[in-house]
Design a protein around this ligand. Structure first.
Ligand code: FAD
Length: 223
């Protein structure tokens, strides 16, 4: 496996537990929107530990951006990333990923599962092709919503939030249900994109089946 070392250009929190990290793009690093790479930290004790993370910026930019939800209690790579600063080094591995844009449709994300969709929506916007694509974004609370302002600007009324642990005006409340999906998927023959934690994916796939959405219409990846 080919690895490439790169430097952090900037690192900051964009929610209470989500980091946005920009690194220099190695000269021969290419990807399409929705793809990920594995990252390690170039530091004693961490070089052999890696985690998959999605590039969230446009492929033609001269840096790579990652948006990373951190789990301090795991004491793993995301916790260690919280200690990193500008000019510290990361190691990038191969590029891979199952999610790529195909046709206009409905994107369903849970938490950090939105990361491949960030890249796809930014790419569509850069080509003036946002169209009627819709994002259903499930989070625990308002404070967990990643890039709420940007998605609101990009998608307008086609940005639909649902919060499991907070009942807030203007946001749906509860878990995603069959009725909720029926209300927000205008055409069951549309393309569906699904990305989130495993339990959320399993639940939503069950609901999509109940809506008679053909499995072949679903592009998915667990985070
Ligand atoms: C293709 C792909 C792309 C992804 N892209 C992104 C992205 O862009 N942004 C993003 O935020 N995430 C993304 N993820 C998810 C991300 O890779 C994981 O959240 C991350 O690797 C978790 O790393 P960690 O070191 O914090 O914890 P882990 O590697 O999950 O855990 C470290 C250790 O903690 C222990 N542990 C595991 N779970 C728990 C728990 N619940 N409580 C206590 N201890 C635990 C285990 O013993 C484990 O060895 C992606 C995943 C995939 C598959």
């Amino acid at each position: 496996m080919k690895t490439q070392t790169t430097k952090i250009i900037s690192i900051k929190h964009i929610t209470h537990d989500v980091l946005q990290i920009a690194v220099k793009k190695p000269s021969n690093f290419s990807f399409f929107p929705g793809q990920a790479t594995e990252i390690s930290i170039n530091k004693d004790g961490w070089r052999n530990k890696k985690g998959p993370f999605t590039m969230t910026n446009l492929p033609n930019e001269d840096y790579l951006q990652f948006i990373i939800k951190t789990y301090p209690s795991h004491k793993g790579i995301t916790n260690e990333l919280l200690q990193q600063k500008k000019n510290d080094e990361l190691i990038l591995h191969d590029v891979f990923g199952a999610i790529a844009y195909k046709n206009e449709g409905v994107f369903i994300a849970g938490g950090a599962g939105v990361t491949p969709f960030i890249a796809i929506f930014r790419d569509l916007q850069s080509r003036n092709e946002i169209g009627a694509n819709r994002l259903i974004f499930a989070n625990k609370t308002k404070g967990d919503i990643i890039l709420e302002g940007e998605f609101t600007e990009l998608l307008g009324k086609n940005f639909v939030n649902i919060l499991s642990d907070e009942d807030a005006t203007g946001y749906s409340h509860g878990l995603i249900t069959e009725d909720f999906l029926r209300a927000h998927i205008p055409d069951i023959h549309q393309q569906i994109y699904l990305c989130g934690p495993d339990p959320m994916m399993t639940a939503v796939e069950g609901l999509l089946a109940r809506l008679n959405i053909d499995k072949s219409k679903i592009i998915k990846e667990a985070v």
